[in-house]
Ligand binder design. Structure first.
Ligand code: PLP
Length: 398
């Protein structure tokens, strides 16, 4: 912000102060510009105080227009009161958890979580004397049996990674609240386009925006959404930790999210088509997808998911490393990538990725075998995708 002046300065000074279009208060761009600035100029001390009071922009780690814009979008879509935008899904998850638990609290978490979310409980919270009991969240009796007088937090995912389990959020939120606890739900696999945990009683919803939300596999980002008083706590912690997302990332994610509804509708249609085709294949031992009648929580999923059953499915193939390698090499469309939710179909092998650090015995209890393959379905033509999988599976017949 430079004052209008006819005064001429020396060359070195003119170099610094000219060409600053930021001095025009309203430029009305058609799309959100990227605010790559660490700080925002302040007029005087009254202006500074006003900005503090009205949550204006002063310093980038605290607030930035791109982060605020993405937070506004997430708040609307998840039907919350406010959001914080974090440097990754993991940063959002950590932030949400530590804004609720304190030393001496007890947590009940789902056994089938994203591997690194699980490690927050086992490797970080234990250092602060926060104990976690892991139970199968598809069995409400197990959750009830694990409750202790100091249970503060219940933690699960809308769709469990990687076994595509479906937790009954309606019932779990009731259990949490009857016991004075909070429920956090990771909605990454479904996104607000398919399910809104806050409308089913969750206290906070976390999202890795890196995945389906952004959908273009080019940005790492996360969000926490919920009621104002909980988000205020999460925000204050985030400012201290410094885990805010940068402006360009927020801009990329917001741009990506404009087409979320179109993409995820196609991804859900394709996933259902692929799940049905693979279930008929003689070479696939089991398909885990909630639209299938064979899925253990099919009825819960039908009640909770009114827009489709998600873009993720998992298959169990026979335990034969060479055949699995040949199958993967023969696929033309789906390719291995350690992410999910992008516009192209990608594969992940939980034994060597998300559950690499989980002991074999624990893995098998969850249902992850050496033949388990997770598929994130893209927006390709559905028939092309099915045909490609079927031709590649032929390697199992040889
Ligand atoms: C369900 C789920 N939650 C959270 C994360 C972490 O997200 P990020 O990689 O953006 O930190 C992942 C990553 O794959 C995930 O699958």
């Amino acid at each position: 912000m430079y004052k209008e002046t006819n005064k001429n300065f020396s060359y070195e000074t003119e170099l610094l102060i000219n060409g600053a279009y930021t001095r025009y208060p309203v430029t009305n761009p058609e799309t959100m510009p990227i605010y790559l600035t660490t700080a925002f100029n302040v007029e005087d001390l009254d202006d500074l105080e006003k900005r503090y009071a009205e949550k204006g922009f002063c310093y980038n780690r605290n607030r930035n227009p791109n982060r605020a814009a993405l937070a506004e979008l997430m708040t609307k879509l998840e039907n919350g009161e406010d959001s914080i935008i974090s440097s990754s899904g993991m940063a959002a998850i950590y932030n949400a958890i530590i804004s609720i638990v304190k030393t001496g609290d007890h947590v009940i978490a789902d056994t089938t979580l994203y591997g690194e979310s699980l490690e927050i409980f086992t490797d970080i919270l234990t250092k602060y004397n926060v104990e976690t009991t892991f139970v199968d969240f598809t069995d409400l009796n197990q959750i009830k049996a694990a409750i202790k007088p100091n249970t503060k937090l219940f933690y699960t995912e809308t769709i469990g990674n990687p076994m595509i389990t479906v937790a009954d959020i309606d019932e779990i939120s009731k259990i949490a609240h009857e016991n004075n606890g909070y429920l956090i739900v990771d909605n990454t696999f479904m996104t607000s386009a398919g399910f809104r945990p806050l409308e089913h009683g969750a206290d906070l919803v976390v999202n890795s925006l890196t995945k389906f939300a952004n959908g273009h596999s080019d940005a790492v980002c996360g969000a926490v959404t919920g009621p104002k008083e909980l988000i205020k706590k999460a925000y204050d912690l985030q400012v201290l930790i410094g885990s805010t997302a940068d402006a360009f990332t927020c801009w990329l994610v917001q741009r990506g999210m404009r087409t979320l509804s179109l993409r995820i509708t196609r991804q859900m249609e394709n996933a259902k088509k692929l799940a049905e085709a693979l279930e008929k294949s003689p070479y696939v031992l089991k398909v885990h997808y909630p639209s299938l009648k064979s899925h253990k929580q099919h009825d819960v999923a039908k009640r909770l998911f009114t827009h489709g059953f998600g873009g993720m499915l998992t298959i169990d193939l026979i335990d034969d490393r060479e055949k699995m390698n040949a199958f993967m090499r023969k696929l033309n469309l789906a390719h291995y990538a350690m992410t999910l939710g992008g516009y192209r179909t990608t594969l992940s092998y939980p034994v060597l990725s998300s559950h690499y650090n989980v002991p074999e015995e624990e893995r098998l209890k969850i249902g992850i075998t050496n033949g388990t393959l997770r598929i994130s379905v893209g927006i390709e033509n559905g028939d092309d995708l099915v045909n490609d999988f079927l031709q590649a599976l032929e390697v199992y017949g040889k």
